[in-house]
Design a protein around this ligand. Structure first.
Ligand code: GLP
Length: 264
């Protein structure tokens, strides 16, 4: 597990975008797992910038989003479909046929639909690089506390904390979604490489539990400790409750010296 400490959101986004861009340069048909949320906005802005400068080609990239709210149309401004169009897909040359986002408009047959999402990931050869944010309660995707660490893509009931966090983005009187379709923790752990980004003090407890706490279903992101190639990129505020910050800095220095490939 590599922990990269950055000053702020801007530095996090830049570093993450650079890592994603090098992964695409190394493998143009990269299967890229994508995430939504405020933390991702800067990352996508940098990826769009690199594409516009002509140094990043998405034409063969295949994307899989982590999750989507149940019951929102693709055009709803809070849907993750809309978020991805606005922030990334409308501005780069990704082939629409290569875009996969869980469909929150399905009604019934959820298990069958979720199995087909998993099948699409398998057919693409598995996810090469998965981008993750983290919820205040330690969720990744919408794997709320007590999600099984072996869970697969499925319909998930949102926690009260997540609904409260989200309700401010919905219009007054509009009910925010109570369920979502999300990749499971087992699904996420099968990605070959994982990048988790976190910014801001509100994430500091979740970050500390995920990196330094015991592996527990109460903090879904702690399951990442089981993954052989995970990099956390976090800012000072989100890192404030970590007890081993000096050690992470030394590991990073030595990594840059001895195994620089891990940082590019
Ligand atoms: C939602 C998404 C998560 C994301 C989290 C954090 O809950 N399902 O994938 O990590 O939001 O979002 P933000 O970056 O806005 O804090």
């Amino acid at each position: 597990m590599l922990v990269i400490l950055k000053r702020d959101d801007e530095e996090i986004s830049l570093q993450a975008a650079q890592l994603i861009a090098s992964a695409v340069h190394r493998k143009p048909a990269l299967a890229l797992g994508l995430a939504t949320g405020r933390t991702m906005v800067g990352v996508y802005k940098h990826l769009v910038g690199l594409h516009k400068q002509g140094s990043l080609d998405f034409s063969r990239v295949v994307t899989f989003n982590l999750d989507e709210y149940l019951g929102l149309s693709h055009a709803h401004r809070q849907s993750f479909h809309h978020f991805m169009q606005q922030n990334l897909f409308a501005h780069v040359n990704v082939n629409p046929r290569n875009i996969h986002i869980p469909d929150g408009t399905i009604r019934g047959n959820y298990d069958r639909y979720c199995a087909s999402y998993e099948e699409a990931i398998r057919k693409a050869g598995g996810i090469d690089l998965q981008l993750l944010g983290i919820g205040r309660n330690g969720h990744v995707g919408f794997n709320e506390p007590t999600s099984s660490l072996g869970s697969r893509t499925r319909l998930k009931v949102l926690s009260q904390e997540t609904m409260d966090d989200n309700s401010k983005f919905f219009a007054l009187g509009e009910e925010s979604p109570r369920c979502a379709i999300t990749m499971g923790i087992g699904t996420i752990l099968e990605a070959r490489k994982i990048l988790l980004l976190a910014a801001g003090a509100a994430k500091s407890a979740a970050v500390a539990k995920s990196i330094e706490g015991p592996i527990a279903s109460a903090v879904s992101a702690s399951a990442l400790q089981l993954h052989p190639d995970v990099t956390f990129i976090i800012d000072d505020a989100a890192a404030s409750q970590l007890t081993q910050r000096d050690y992470y800095r030394r590991v990073l220095e030595m990594t840059a010296l001895l195994t620089p490939d891990r940082l590019s």
